[in-house]
Design a protein around this ligand. Structure first.
Ligand code: FAD
Length: 468
């Protein structure tokens, strides 16, 4: 039987990063087992192809700006299949890149579906057994389905089916207004599809700070995206020329709902993801799941000391950078190094939605600070106060920070607008380095940059912003 120092099940951002980090830390025999493609959901049917679509949607939208310059833009010949092909090229390039990195680091890469069959053993579907001093579960997640709306990837799409569309529908209904739903809403709207986003909760992008979300919502609505909040899709009927979806909206005042029937060509169900924890042999070693997730102790150790779990299979935000960081912490611990943190601090995880305008945040949004009765003050600086935003015609946006009024500790930060997903990192560095508002407020920021809005937000908190 082949023996390894570490066996990793799954080659997504959790699994492949764990493997490379393990070899960096001196492990000689590391195996990654993957039933599909290197790079997991993120590279193949998640982060990367979706960003490739978003990038092309932005190029398409810039046609309007060219028109303003008097350029005649002729959209004849536009072929969405080409957009799709470009997104596949980005995904394939990066998936091959992961394979190259694993090889370069002398990681054994085995294809096939594997399950745990003992505290130190995994077995493939065709009976090949491997022994590992340690096992890391990184089997990721899949789209959550909605009863009555089973995925056929034709009329009813999951995010995977949505990424594989090669022909645009006229109209699409998106169920769920989280990051995935909003990113597809942005892409399809940019390419001229009629988009209606339906959200069960009373607000879109429900985890985000709603003052920031309002900027985004207005911008989407101006471009024709329709939102229905407090609304559930309850029934679907296939008709000759599309779908009829029954929507039930809570009426203000509580109690009653209003039923409407919405006609659409397709529906995207983007209501979250489910961890892949069934059929991976957890029973064989007595690991119990909680709502499908694998409970973990410090350093992502499961109830079996030789088995660890990281990424989308554990109950932390289902994000690629979270998966990779958890993998690094677990592997550093297994290697006998003392990682800086036992687990990721939930208040220091950046969350990004890459639509137009972008939204990025970490730590407390205002609604949560109120809910948890946290003492806070807030400072908001509008993008239009930073000259660069006006120069590039992207002045819709704001930087908002929540901080402790006495200690001036940063409790949360929210950026909505152009390049928000890049700008958030200066704020996060300030938080993680335990800087205070005055440290960022007094640091010279180049002019003209959008980063000046970050500096000015800190100055708002200190009471001396210059440009508002
Ligand atoms: P996965 O990436 O799911 O990888 C798990 C791997 O394990 C898979 O390749 C699977 O085939 C393999 N596997 C499962 N079971 C077995 C088995 N029994 N044997 C062998 N192999 C197995 N996150 C971000 O941070 N930023 C984004 O912009 C972003 N955009 C996204 C857009 C979309 C459309 C989607 C769907 C997700 C997006 N995400 C994004 C989320 C991100 O993709 C996931 O959080 C991330 O991929 C989780 O990594 P993971 O390694 O835990 O799991």
């Amino acid at each position: 039987m082949d023996e390894f120092d570490l066996i990793i099940i799954g080659a997504g951002p959790a699994g492949y990063v764990a493997a490379i980090r393990a070899t960096q830390l001196g492990f000689k025999k590391v195996a990654v087992l993957e039933k599909d493609k290197p790079g997991g959901v993120c590279l193949n049917v998640g982060c990367i192809p979706s960003k490739a679509l978003i990038h092309q949607a932005e190029i398409f939208r810039s046609g309007a700006e060219l028109k303003e310059m008097g350029v005649r833009v002729d959209l004849n010949g536009f072929d969405f299949a080409k957009v799709y092909q470009k997104s596949r090229k980005a995904a394939d390039t990066l998936s091959k890149g992961v394979q190259y990195l694993l090889k370069k680091n002398n990681v054994t890469y085995l294809t096939g579906e594997f399950k745990i069959t003992g505290a130190n053993e995994v077995t493939s579907m065709d009976g090949k057994k491997l022994r590992g001093k340690n096992i890391l579960i990184a089997t990721g997640s899949r789209p959550r389905s909605l009863p009555g709306f089973s995925f056929d990837e034709d009329a009813v799409l999951s995010s995977t089916g949505a990424l594989n569309l090669q022909k645009l529908p006229k109209k699409i209904l998106i169920l769920g207004s989280g990051a995935i739903g909003m990113e597809f809403a942005h892409v399809w709207n940019a390419f001229g599809v009629e988009v209606h986003v339906v959200e069960m909760l009373d607000r879109i992008l429900p985890v985000e700070d709603q003052e920031a979300v309002e900027v985004l919502r207005k911008s989407f609505e101006k471009r024709g995206v329709k939102f229905s909040t407090g609304t559930k899709a309850t029934e679907m009927k296939k008709v000759k020329d599309g779908l009829e979806i029954t929507l039930e909206t809570n009426l203000v005042g509580g109690g009653n709902t209003q039923k409407t029937i919405e006609k659409t060509d397709k529906v995207l169900v983007a209501i979250g993801r489910v961890p892949n924890t069934e059929n991976i042999g957890l029973d064989s070693v007595g690991i119990k799941t909680e709502r499908g997730f694998i409970p973990v102790k410090d350093y992502y150790q499961t109830s079996v000391p030789s088995i660890y779990a990281v990424g989308d299979v554990v109950n932390s935000p289902l994000l690629a950078h979270v998966a990779s960081k958890e993998a690094e912490i677990a592997v550093e611990f297994i290697a006998g190094k003392k990682p800086k943190h036992k687990k990721i601090d939930p208040n220091q995880i950046p969350g990004c939605t890459y639509c137009e305008p972008q939204i990025a945040s970490f730590g407390y949004p205002e609604w949560k600070a109120k809910e948890e009765k946290i003492t806070y003050a807030k400072a908001v600086f509008p993008y239009r106060g930073a000259g660069k935003s006006v120069a590039i015609d992207k002045s819709d946006g704001l930087v908002k920070i929540l901080f402790h009024p006495q200690t001036k500790e940063i409790l949360g930060a929210h950026v909505v607008g152009a390049e928000a997903t890049e700008l958030i990192h200066e704020l996060l560095l300030a938080k993680s380095a335990e800087l205070l508002l005055e440290d960022v407020a007094t640091m010279i920021h180049a002019h003209p940059t959008l980063s000046e809005a970050v500096m000015e937000s800190m100055r708002v908190g200190e009471g001396w912003a210059i440009h508002i």
